[in-house]
Design a binder for this molecule. Sequence first.
Ligand SMILES: Cc1cc2nc3c(=O)[nH]c(=O)nc-3n(C[C@H](O)[C@H](O)[C@H](O)COP(=O)(O)OP(=O)(O)OC[C@H]3O[C@@H](n4cnc5c(N)ncnc54)[C@H](O)[C@@H]3O)c2cc1C
Length: 536
Amino acid sequence: MDRTQLIERLRRETFDVLVIGGGATGCGVALDAASRGLRTALVEKQDFSEGTSSRSTKLIHGGVRYLEQAVKRLDRGQFNLVRDALHERALLLRLAPHLSRPLQLVTPLKRWWEVPYYWVGLMLYDLLSGRASIGRSAYLTRRRTLKRYPALRAEGLVGSVAYFDGQFDDSRMNVELALTAIEQGAAALNHMEATGLLKEDGRLSGATLRDGLSGESLTAKARIIINAAGPFCDLVRRMDDPTCEPMLTTSSGVHIILDAAYAPPDLGMLIPKTEDGRVLFTLPWMGHTLAGTTDTPAPLAEHVPVLDEEIEYILRHVRLYLDRPVTRTDVKAAWSGLRPLVSNPKAGGTAKLSRDHVIADSPAGLITITGGKWTTYRKMAQDAVNHAIARGGLTAHNACRTTQIPLVGAPGYEPEAAPLLAAQFGLAEDTARHLNLAYGGRARRVAELASAGLAGRLAEGHPHIEAEVIWAVREEMACTAIDVLARRTRLAFIETRAAQAALPRTIELMAKELKWNKARRAREQRQARALLEGSL
Ligand SMILES: Cc1cc2nc3c(=O)[nH]c(=O)nc-3n(C[C@H](O)[C@H](O)[C@H](O)COP(=O)(O)OP(=O)(O)OC[C@H]3O[C@@H](n4cnc5c(N)ncnc54)[C@H](O)[C@@H]3O)c2cc1C
């Protein structure tokens, strides 16, 4: 991926659509627009998925919680939402089979009357998924529950209900969405901030941009601008109209990582009611246990601090349900993601709150798309591009076809290829398995790089290897050490200490590949250390 060439395209071409924001929503929009034959650009001020999209619970789900609300309120719209999300769930599992898989989750029950309540609810969940079903729900007796999830607290347990949802690697899927959009013809760039919007005769005509790596400014021309800046949407709206009212408020959702002993490798847990009436998950993820999340009002910030009380809140619930001691020192990593909460949809002009997402139009033609969830990014993108075509009088070559476009790692992916990779390239078993899942059909090319003297582990006890650093730079647009450690390999999300240990070697490899001078190396070191020691 040649950054210079992509920047040159930004300067030279007039685009049909310029997308601001490279999270799931923005990259989904870029892929949809480019695959309809629209001239498409995307700019992301940090890295693809640097925002909320790398900080999710990593579930591809219809939302059992939303279903409960639908039943309680007899809300048909809410039922449709769950049904549509279940349909998207099945699609994503098909479009990115290497990065996603079905996962069974249990809901432990402590009162007998809860059994029929949750059982009926999950039957409905299965029913709504129809042909998009990925596995049937089941009632598990107390004994069977404890057999499947030995760390569960037995005291007071009457049994559990088990159901299926999808699980995925959010930031790798986000990066692959960006790469797939580029394959379809989009000019998508990370580390490129939209700093202002340009107008001609009162209509938006482009944006001023700042290259976060070189510090250079440039302008890009576009007929339609789509604001997919997530929690930052209001800041982009203000570039268009400095007097506009905010649409969003934000809240922080924290997750923590514990070691593998807190969840079986093939089973998650949904805690049905926390002390503040929400749900909380413990999930097996990347050989560890992910637990979360919280919901704490928090101001807009690039890196949201994780508060001690948020970590304590999660640990308290884990202790309540698991018969295994857990303290602050067991937490290997913690991070926060900002929820963009649409509190004032009408502020966006002619807002369309059609699903759980909003598409809003400004008089100058800024189209803002926000809300929704990771699972529904594709449908959100489809709606936004339909809207842009109508609003901008754009001519697309074809209708939306994103249900048919697999992500870049999907072609050639073989679920059982890991032992072959290990044998052929002399890789350790865990590394081969990790490469197969992370890179899918492209894993062999990463393994080939490894066999050229880059098979060393980046950190003791983790499967990630040196070849991935070079691959991330050459093929996945990683520009900084944290791009590699946080969003290409996920090491920084799994264990802070391991990421710190991997940092010097990562910088050394990147410096050689990208011809960094001493000053640039020192800057990388400083910035990455600060993020790993503070808030990721
Ligand atoms: C704690 C938590 C858990 C969640 N768990 C799940 C889950 O398990 N499953 C699920 O389906 N959904 C989940 N969600 C929802 C899901 O994560 C979000 O809906 C989704 O990630 C939002 O993506 P986005 O692209 O709209 O926003 P973001 O990912 O935040 O992307 C916006 C991007 O815009 C960029 N940007 C901002 N301003 C500019 C500018 N001026 N120029 C260029 N770029 C700019 C930002 O850097 C950012 O990368 C969760 C959300 C939270 C908060």
